[in-house]
Design a protein around this ligand. Structure first.
Ligand code: MSP
Length: 537
């Protein structure tokens, strides 16, 4: 068995329910995973939740529950959303898992034994009310710590530090030799440039338990827990079978089948320094070779009507005409799980920011999905039932228009593969919608509804229907990574589904047999309109 395609994402903080940024990243990863499966690769897709830390500890205290209970409840909300919108990972990372703690502690001990971790005393300003250290960027315009911080006092604290600076030169050389390590290229350059001013800094990796209890205890000092990154980043290997003490019986994948990871999908906020600096250096210090370093795919942020996305605004900011709110559930309630998935993947250019608005969501749904794709399927199947009794017939009829449609359809898999090699899934979707638009125009121009009036045109009508139905079968396959349940619904209506083991290489003209019988037409995407524009109002 060859190496699997290993794809993973940032793990989401469990200090609140999932929001649109979480949903985008997981849907993108899910679609990429499905795409590689369709291409014939074996795939392992890992995602999960990041459950430790100060914010969780504080939120749990406010909610009057233990941190264990708090993360359990929030984790259930993530799992419920992924289930609802067809995000189907092969592995699920929860940082409270004993398996994960084992790897984190083993890694820390290894670094400690190798002299990579040392203890140091520092002084800083500490806010008693917020239970955290503050620094100059927390000062207000008057240069003071505002009342929100309460009493701020100077404190001395001892912590453990990881010798990041020992590896700064290695990282520089590594990035210079691997321009493909970080996608898009502008993020790669940004990372390289950031190294110039981050030199000489080591990474604080601990918090005394007196301040933070909710974390993984350091293996070499029980008075401390690990702070954030040694815990969170390690998930990418701990749930991939790294240092599995019971390979083959633990239920974990075999690390050798997965590593090196083909792509970590992360947002732009956690490239520098977390993944681009800390993670590469941690792996290097753990003994991994340059060719074993993961590739990073860095996506942009969803803004909310031009402003930074804020969870509370997404829930409360109104007035909205149709949607309940702009949370993943609020959107899926109106336009369905595939309306949400399609919007997220079609609207964002991978790597850039995009804007979340009700208007854009409804336009994507009503125009692309309902008017173009849904309408194509529905009108075609209705005509095929009316004119051909639902049974395709082999015809010899053809024209330049037939050829043009056929050429567009058969070019799709190659074009899609090229787009996906640069993670441009929105272009794949744009191609599908363009092809559906072309098929609609083909129907309008060839006018089977007119031709059918004369029995002498039976051959011509059958060939038009046959071409469009074959086109729809192809579109269903190309769409299946992005909107899998719609792809299945299209196939059910066509009365065709790909045989087991079907891959992109099998996507050739002539999927449907000459005497194929189609299924029942059913509207795919009922229009979702503001009350004033809805028919009959
Ligand atoms: N737990 C850390 C990551 C640890 S990975 C070892 C974290 N969690 S997070 O919940 O804050 O963010 C999870 C992912 O969602 C990140 O990749 C982040 O960039 C992404 N997004 C958070 N808000 C976002 C938007 N508004 N838009 C798009 N993605 C966003 O960071």
């Amino acid at each position: 068995m060859g190496k699997k395609f290993y794809i993973t994402t940032a793990i989401d903080y469990t200090n609140g329910p999932p929001h649109i940024g979480h949903a985008y990243e997981k849907v993108l990863a899910d679609a990429v995973a499905r795409w590689f499966r369709l291409s014939g690769r074996e795939v392992f897709f890992l995602t999960g939740v990041d459950q430790h830390g100060q914010k969780v500890q504080q939120s749990a205290e406010r909610a009057g529950v233990t941190p264990e209970q708090f993360v359990k409840d929030v984790t259930a909300k993530f799992l419920e959303l992924w289930e609802r919108i067809d995000v189907r990972p092969d592995g699920w990372a929860e940082t409270v898992d004993p398996r994960h703690k084992f790897v984190v502690r083993a890694l820390l001990q290894q670094m400690y034994d190798a002299g990579q971790i040392y203890k140091k005393k520092t002084t800083g300003w500490y806010s008693v009310r917020q239970e955290q250290y503050v620094n100059d960027k927390d000062r207000n315009e008057q240069g003071e710590f505002g009342p929100e911080w309460g009493q701020v006092e100077e404190r001395e604290e001892e912590n453990y530090y990881f010798r990041l600076s020992d590896h700064a030169e290695w990282l520089q050389q590594f990035l210079a030799s691997r321009p493909d390590a970080v996608f898009p290229a502008n993020r790669h350059s940004q990372l390289v440039n950031s190294l110039a001013d981050s030199g000489g800094m080591d990474l604080c990796i601990s918090r005394p338990k007196s301040r933070l209890r909710w974390g993984i205890e350091l293996p070499f000092d029980e008075d401390y827990v690990t702070f954030v990154w040694f815990d969170a980043l390690t998930n990418y290997i701990s749930f991939a079978g790294y240092r599995d003490p019971a390979p083959g019986t633990s239920g974990l994948p075999d690390f050798n089948d997965l590593w090196p990871c083909d792509v970590h999908i992360i947002g732009k906020d956690i490239l520098i320094p977390a993944h681009g600096i800390y993670w590469y250096i941690m792996l290097h210090a753990a003994g991994l070779k340059d060719e074993e370093m993961p590739k990073l795919l860095v996506h942009g942020f969803w803004n909310l009507e031009g402003r930074k996305y804020s969870k509370s605004e997404a829930v409360e900011a109104k007035p909205l005409k149709v949607l309940k709110d702009l949370t993943p559930h609020g959107i899926a309630d109106s336009v369905g799980k595939d309306g949400l998935r399609y919007f997220l993947l079609a609207e964002m250019t991978t790597g850039q920011d995009a804007d979340l608005s009700e208007e854009r969501i409804l336009t994507r749904y009503n125009k692309d999905l309902a008017d173009i794709l849904g309408n194509l399927l529905n009108r075609t199947l209705n005509m095929a039932r009316k004119y051909l009794n639902g049974v395709l017939v082999n015809t010899t009829h053809g024209s330049e228009m037939h050829q043009a449609l056929r050429a567009a359809v058969t070019a799709l898999p190659g074009r899609a593969a090229e787009h996906m090699s640069a993670w441009q899934i929105h272009k794949v979707l744009a191609d599908v919608i363009d092809t559906a638009r072309l098929a609609n125009a083909f129907i309008d121009k060839t006018a089977p509804f007119k031709l059918a009036k004369d029995p002498a045109n039976a051959d011509a009508v059958a060939s038009i229907m046959g071409h469009v139905i074959e086109t729809l079968a192809h579109l269903s396959i190309i769409l299946s990574p992005a909107i899998p349940s719609t792809a299945t619904r299209i196939q059910e209506q066509l009365g065709w589904s790909p045989p087991a083991g079907f891959t992109l290489a099998d996507l050739k003209w002539g999927l449907l047999p000459a005497d194929h019988t189609i299924g029942q037409p059913q509207p795919l995407f009922p229009k979702v309109l503001p009350p004033a524009e809805a028919p009959g109002s």
